[in-house]
Ligand binder design. Structure first.
Ligand code: DX5
Ligand code: ZN
Length: 226
């Protein structure tokens, strides 16, 4: 399995000091920047768009940017995020009229496509898409807000995705998003995740490095139990 990645969700960062916040989590050992895009239409909240992504690149952020689109429609905004410096672009299949076309568009634009599953979204969406993806993102909360409770029913779903990825034999990241903290991350790793989003757990802590270290220890415990 690929080496574990920690992806702080900047949704819980101090937006008035965003560049410094991103620098701080990367210096504290984060692997990629999770960038939550909400449109007050697909989800009941409104956040940040391509201008902010571009501003982070101009600020000097070199780490991969993991754009999680919670917007409907999807396709219009994909080229803007590609130009703004996104690395991964993930979207919810319910938000796109033509899922295969959106995946191809993300790839054509030079980014890595990911598909996102809400807690109640069935994995059948992977039947004809998995071989075209670089990432599968499983939501362990309903999308729209940071700081929600982890939904444990997602654990068997993580295991099912890991098994599909293993059977396919291609490197595809299995990412989990929502309510992850040092107390439950071992179970998420044990189920088969390799990429871990954490918003409030990291940005709500005083010491980012100590928090990321604790998350990594949890992952190691979980992997040992696999
Ligand atoms: C929810 C977002 C998540 C969220 C994670 O719609 O996709 O990335 O901000 O935040 P925590 O870790 O606080 O649940
Ligand atoms: Zn997210």
């Amino acid at each position: 399995m690929a080496s574990p990645w920690i992806a702080p969700s900047i949704l819980s960062a101090d937006f008035a000091r965003l560049g410094a916040e991103v620098d701080a989590v990367l210096a504290a050992g984060a692997d990629l920047v999770h960038f939550d895009v909400m449109d007050n239409h697909y989800v009941p909240n409104l956040t940040i768009g391509p201008l902010v992504c571009e501003a982070l690149r101009k600020h000097g952020v070199k780490a991969p940017i993991d754009v999680h689109l919670m917007v409907k429609p999807v396709d219009r905004i994909v080229p803007d995020f590609a130009r703004a410096g996104a690395t991964y672009i993930s979207f919810h299949p319910e938000a796109s009229e033509h899922v295969d076309r959106t995946i191809a568009l993300i790839r054509e634009q030079g980014c890595r496509p990911g598909l996102v599953f809400n807690p109640a979204t069935p994995l059948e969406w992977l039947d004809y898409t998995l071989d075209k993806l670089d990432l599968v993102l499983l939501m362990s909360v309903n999308p729209g807000f940071g700081g929600q409770q982890f939904i444990p029913g997602v654990l068997p779903k993580i295991a099912a995705v890991r098994e599909r990825v293993r059977a396919l034999g291609r490197e595809i990241r299995v990412e989990v998003d929502g309510g992850i903290k040092s107390e439950n991350i071992a179970a998420v790793a044990r189920a088969g995740a390799d990429t871990f989003v954490a918003g409030s757990a990291i940005f709500g802590a005083k010491d980012y490095a100590a928090t990321i270290r604790a998350l990594r220890e949890g992952i190691a415990t979980g992997n040992a139990g696999r």
